[in-house]
Design a protein around this ligand. Structure first.
Ligand code: NAP
Length: 866
């Protein structure tokens, strides 16, 4: 289902109450279950996240009563019995982190997991932290990720060290259980991110009677002999939820009062008010409410590292503010429910808004956005932040609006209550047409499963309604009757929405059928040659003959001839199924329907602006028709930011990374696995993100060996490698593997010597080049002749002989002095662009798992080099 939002016609004056904060609700639920006796939590938030935590606590035997206004936590964890517990945290990140820490201090064997998406979110740092205190925790599937099994029941007091820049929830989880462990000192390694969330945890703990010594977010100390004691706790309203209404007020110059808000709250998102004030909006803080008198939006430059949940709201708001808005501190958004920065950029671009981003920054070039249908990526904040734009733009559509249940189930009703009406729309049907045997029914079933939509087969409905097979209907009542029935049912089925419809081969014969199907659906024609159809269905006994031809193949050919044009003109999209399997066809259709489910590949480095990799890879995607599914970008990543960047890609849509120097060496320590070749070469130029597992490869050596092997067999060849740096290493690895005899020539002889010892080959200084004359191949792996030094050659012209193959690693300029000299001697030459091409081809195949279209990729590269 989609939701169409009606804008506010004029500025309004309204007041609404805001549900309890999710963060405080979940913290107080944990603390209440650590407090002896009954604790009443008032004004809780009921949402997917808080339900997940309540359900886990209930599974452990903590008695909890809920009603609209309060949660009663009866009893505490001391009543938990030894046993086996199955704790499903659904999609709630907070729950899994809090429950994991809690599980380490209670009896029993506890299995902790969530839905697929949650199990893809890393939890290693918290596990490591708890292990430092003696916890016994096992990974049940993938190292570093849920599901987990906690076998131990107590933790030891002491000191533990946790990285501060991964997730503040790891700290909160441990802080809250600390009083039940004893004296605990938590040392923060690196910078503590999301400090306000730590403040909220400490604040709630204090309200429950336990003090935490916070030494400037570098150390937290919880002294022993402290107990949670409270009986009642009031949960304040949620500033993250309130943010959308503040934004609407600013955008539409309205006055809105948000009730249940603590004007002096420790919630991170209260800082959003400061940005609204910078924009000129007036904020009035009352006793337990906040009023905003909106006056419009202006471009701003801000850092939202401490309150990233409002970054999406600000990005959407400022798309209306003429000028450039710079939002810094967005790195953590890349590892949330979805890769939020990318999702924002994609959806804002649909609204005609230009954006730019780097690892930690998003720039929005505001102007006059247009309305669009917004994909929400299973992310509640995508839905709510883009709904803000609907306050001012007619025609905004939010896809899958139900995602708001994660934190604000009442969101759409609240919008309604301030005059932003919302109307449900249904998604278009997907209608498959084509000849009998083209795979319509099987593919429709696969699509229905993949897209979680209903599936109907028009022929099957006719069978069921008349309780007769199609040959029986035709022989009893004739073809005209069958076609009439088919039209009736087609009309009826067209009225459905959000359905995958498989049609009979003859549905196109009646233009009215197509008219109906098109009005509510996207029509996809599965093209298949009659020979292929015959191979698949042979003589189909379930179908009556149409033309009574003796030879079934002739009949198929004749029908195809008659209908081909009808299929073509009815279709919105055509898919040539010849040579594709069912899965490939299904995936092609999905990429048409959801082109936004794009996998991103990128080259990173510093500098990066001159990289030709995007040209190369994007040409390949285009040639294979997968350019809706894959996109290749370049991104500047500074050397010092590499670790954080690599960490952020695990849960993102980034499928592959190509690396330039100096990242090729440093990246190795951040990867989950490195293939043997890359280890031997000592560098990684390719990272594949295999569903959260980062795999490292080196394809540089293939860039050297593949083009050479196209010219000559390498075994036994004598090779002079000039240079002893990274490119030389990769090449030498390839040469030795191919059975060549290598001599390394390098300016710094010690480097040549070390490399020669490692690969068991000869070495020499640069002043001893005469012997190269007798060799077969010269490979230049120095930077001599690159860029500005275009007239310099890696070796004297007189060394080059006609029988040589001269291969220069340098590709810019395309024709180096070395290559020019070799040409003059009539030697065989290989340009550096060939190395670039073939290492890229190998990367392309690792990223896409498809065979790379060599010619098209080469052509694109050559044109770019020109
Ligand atoms: P690197 O690790 O920095 O090695 C540079 C090499 O060049 C070293 O052996 C260095 O000798 C030598 N060198 C530099 N300046 C010199 C000079 N003035 N006189 C003599 N020798 C000199 O670099 P790399 O990553 O191996 O890259 C080398 C070249 O290959 C670069 O031009 C790069 O663009 C190119 N490359 C091309 C591809 C491709 O796909 N076509 C791929 C990778 C690299 P010392 O040891 O004495 O310093």
């Amino acid at each position: 289902m989609n939701l169409k939002i009606s804008p506010l016609e004029k500025s309004i004056s309204a007041a609404i109450s805001i549900p309890g904060s999710k963060s405080y609700t979940n913290r107080s639920l944990i603390l209440a279950s650590l407090t002896p006796g009954t604790v009443v939590l008032k004004n809780p938030l009921y949402s997917d996240d808080t339900h997940a935590l309540i359900d886990c606590l209930k599974s452990l035997g903590v008695k909890i009563n809920t009603n609209n206004f309060q949660v009663e936590v009866i009893g505490d964890i001391s009543q938990i019995k030894n046993g086996n517990y199955d704790l499903n945290c659904k999609i709630s990140g907070t729950t899994i982190r809090f429950i994991l820490a809690l599980s380490c201090i209670i009896p029993g064997v506890k299995k902790i997991y969530g839905e697929k998406r949650l199990n893809e979110r890393p939890i290693k740092e918290l596990v490591e932290g708890l292990r430092q205190l003696g916890a016994e925790i096992n990974y049940l599937e993938k190292e570093g990720f849920p599901p987990l099994l906690v076998k131990s029941s107590r933790l030891n007091p002491g000191i533990l060290k946790l990285k501060g820049y991964i997730s503040s929830q790891f700290f909160s989880a441990i802080l809250m259980i600390a009083p039940l462990v004893g004296q605990l000192k938590i040392e923060v390694l690196g910078e503590q991110i999301s400090k306000p969330y730590i403040d909220m945890t400490i604040d709630t703990m204090e309200k429950f009677g336990v003090k935490v010594k916070n030494e400037n977010y570098e150390k937290y100390i919880i002294s022993s002999n402290q107990k949670y004691l409270t009986k009642e706790y009031l949960i304040e309203g949620d500033y993250s939820s309130a943010g959308y209404f503040f934004a609407i007020a600013a955008l539409t110059k309205s006055k809105i009062t948000l009730k249940n808000l603590n004007p002096n709250s420790k919630q991170a998102d209260i800082k959003f008010l400061e940005i609204l004030e910078i924009m000129g909006n007036k904020i009035v803080k009352n006793k337990d409410s906040v009023t905003i008198e909106g006056s419009g939006v202006k471009p701003v430059t801000v850092n939202m590292q401490d309150f990233p949940d409002q970054a999406q709201t600000l990005a959407v708001m400022t798309s209306f503010a003429k000028g450039k808005t710079v939002i810094n501190g967005v790195r953590s958004l890349r590892v949330k429910e979805t890769e939020r920065v990318k999702a924002l950029e994609t959806e804002l671009s649909k609204m005609g808004i230009k954006t730019e981003s780097s690892a930690d920054r998003l720039v929005v070039f505001g102007g006059t956005p247009n309305s669009a249908s917004i994909k929400t990526y299973n992310d509640h904040r995508m839905a709510m932040s883009f709904a803000v734009a609907g306050a001012s733009l007619p025609g905004m559509i939010i896809e899958n609006p139900e995602v708001v249940t994660k934190t604000f189930p009442d969101f759409w009703n609240k919008l309604n209550s301030i005059g932003m009406k919302n109307e449900s729309l249904t998604e278009k049907n997907i209608v498959l047409i084509g000849m009998r045997g083209s795979g319509k029914t099987t593919i429709a079933k696969l699509l229905s499963k993949k897209l979680e939509r209903d599936f109907v087969d028009i022929d099957k409905i006719i069978n069921q309604r008349l309780n007769l097979t199609i040959p029986e209907i035709v022989s009893k009542y004739g073809w005209d009757f069958f076609r009439k029935k088919e039209s009736e049912i087609t009309k009826e089925i067209s009225m459905l929405g959000n359905t995958i419809i498989s049609t009979g081969g003859g549905v196109v014969l009646n233009p009215k059928n197509i008219e109906c199907l098109k009005s509510t659906g996207i029509i996809i024609y599965l093209v298949a040659r009659p020979e292929m159809l015959f191979k698949r269905i042979g003589v189909d006994k379930n179908r009556p003959s149409l033309l009574n031809k003796k030879n079934p193949l002739d009949e198929l050919k004749e029908i195809f001839k008659q209908r081909k044009n009808l299929y073509e003109s009815a279709a919105d999209y055509k898919i040539d199924t010849n040579g594709l399997n069912l899965k490939q066809i299904t995936e092609k259709i999905i990429s048409i329907i959801h082109p936004e489910d794009t996998k991103v590949c990128m080259v990173i480095g510093d500098p990066i602006e001159h990289s030709l990799s995007p040209v190369l890879h994007n040409a390949g995607y285009k040639a294979l028709g997968i350019d809706k599914k894959f996109v290749y970008k370049k991104e500047l990543v500074k050397f010092e930011d590499l670790g954080k960047f690599i960490d952020s890609i695990k849960n993102s849509d980034i499928r592959g990374i190509s690396l330039t120097m100096p990242h090729k060496l440093k990246v190795m320590k951040y990867l989950d696995e490195i293939d043997k070749t890359a280890i031997k070469i000592g560098s990684v130029n390719t990272v594949v993100n295999d569903d959260g597992k980062l795999l490292g490869f080196n394809t540089d050596w293939l860039g050297v060996i593949v083009p050479l092997e196209k010219i000559t067999a390498l075994k036994g060849k004598r090779i002079a490698v000039i240079g002893a740096g990274g490119a030389a290493r990769a090449a030498i690895f390839g040469f030795i593997k191919s059975g060549c005899k290598v001599t390394i020539f390098n300016r710094t002889i010690d480097k040549a010597k070390a490399l020669a010892q490692e690969f068991n080959c000869k070495f020499s200084g640069m002043n001893n080049m005469e012997e190269i004359k007798k060799m077969d191949i010269i490979f230049n792996a120095t930077s001599l002749g690159m860029g500005g030094d275009v007239h310099i050659s890696a070796l004297p012209a007189n060394i080059i002989q006609k029988h040589h193959i001269v291969f220069d690693a340098i590709y810019s300029p395309h024709e180096t002095q070395l290559i020019k000299n070799a040409k003059k001697k009539d030697a065989t030459i290989i340009y550096g662009s060939e190395m670039l091409l073939y290492q890229g081809i190998a990367q392309f195949e690792l990223f896409t798992k498809a065979k790379a279209p060599l010619q098209q990729m080469r052509k694109a590269l050559e044109e770019a080099l020109k």
